[in-house]
Design a protein around this ligand. Structure first.
Ligand SMILES: [Zn+2]
Length: 347
């Protein structure tokens, strides 16, 4: 059965896979589960289905009631379309997953599990929570590269405590968790409209990780996982950063960073990132638990690093673009699942 949506925009007609850029375009591309399955199939086998069991090419058997399964005409074995994506083993229809990825990718602030449950009309909160966390797993590439190493640019490294009101525990209960950040500092071309703000400096890519403590071992390990050696790093004069030079970095420590004016002058971009992060955690998610904070840092990083290209996020979220393993709901709640961090830091 071909999915015929009647508007001449069937996904099979696209030479390259399209990204939806608006709600009407999303509706035309993904009117139903069949269209979602076709998109998934095309993203895996651009030149047509090849059976992974017997390597035979050619049209497989398809089933109207099982859109996620293709059966080889030669060896009769089934192949799951969602294997290796964040949708693997999920009972949620493909169309719901696609709506979710679209909403998460296109809304600059993202959304809470409650908002998401309401928008999609899902019966169970746990389903909404699970889908969002699985999409977050698609936000960190396993081979994520380290930032920095760009000529004429430096990287600010700083740490802050994140915490505050946790839902259901009443006012005044604080759970402070240490978060380390590395942010590329770029410069606008002189004479452009925005080059007067912060001396024309603005943030390039960012890496964020939950850090166990403020020790030299912990912070230098974070830097090692997040930033390319040889990069000029700017930090405050906290002694833990003293070992960075020995680890192959060019290091500039700013004295008297306890003074807010000095910190604003020399570490303005990381302060901006921390301020945005805290506003986002409290405003959208009303505070998050320490256990899941890394997942939210991953989401923040994902949005931040793609803020100039919001729609390119769609396929990486679904895990169609690369291999991502996603947690089950039980793993998320038992703590068995560890949210991925930049370059395996902390594992
Ligand atoms: Zn086969």
């Amino acid at each position: 059965m071909q999915a015929d949506n009647g508007v001449g925009m069937d996904v099979r007609d696209h030479a390259r896979l399209a990204f939806p850029r608006s709600l009407p375009e999303f509706q035309r591309l993904f009117p139903d589960d069949a269209a979602c399955a076709a998109y998934l199939e095309k993203s895996r086998w651009d030149g047509g289905f090849v059976c992974p069991h017997c390597q035979m090419g050619g049209e497989p058997f398809r089933f109207d009631n099982r859109r996620g399964v293709l059966r080889c005409r030669q060896c009769r074995k089934n192949t799951g379309l969602t294997v290796g994506t964040v949708m693997e083993r999920s009972h949620t229809p493909l169309s719901v997953w696609y709506w979710a990825a679209y909403l998460v990718a296109s809304q600059t602030q993202g959304m809470s599990a409650v908002q998401f449950q309401r928008q999609l009309g899902l019966t169970r909160y746990e389903t909404a929570f699970g889908i969002l966390h699985k999409l977050r797993a698609g936000m960190v590439r396993p081979d994520q590269d380290r930032i920095g190493a760009r000529v004429g640019e430096h990287v600010e490294v700083d740490e802050t405590y994140v915490g505050g009101k946790t839902r259901g525990e009443g006012r005044g209960v604080h759970h402070k968790t240490l978060v380390a950040a590395a942010v590329e500092v770029r410069h606008r071309k002189p004479g452009t409209a925005q080059d007067n703000r912060k001396d024309g400096r603005y943030a390039g890519r960012v890496r964020l990780a939950v850090a166990p403590d403020r020790s030299a071992e912990s912070l230098c390990k974070f830097v090692g996982s997040a930033v390319m050696p040889g990069t000029l790093l700017v930090t405050d004069d906290w002694s833990a950063y003293g070992g960075l030079r020995a680890r192959g970095y060019d290091h500039h420590a700013i004295a008297e960073c306890g003074d807010p004016d000095v910190a604003e002058e020399f570490l303005p971009i990381s302060h901006l990132v921390f301020s945005n992060l805290k506003t986002w955690l409290n405003g959208i998610h009303h505070g998050v638990s320490a256990k899941h904070l890394q997942a939210y840092l991953n989401e923040f990083t994902f949005r931040f690093n793609r803020r100039f290209y919001p729609f390119n996020a769609f396929r990486s979220l679904l895990g169609i673009a690369g291999d991502t393993t996603a947690p089950t709901y039980a793993q998320l709640y038992s703590g068995e699942w560890e949210h991925p961090r930049c370059s395996g830091y902390g594992s």
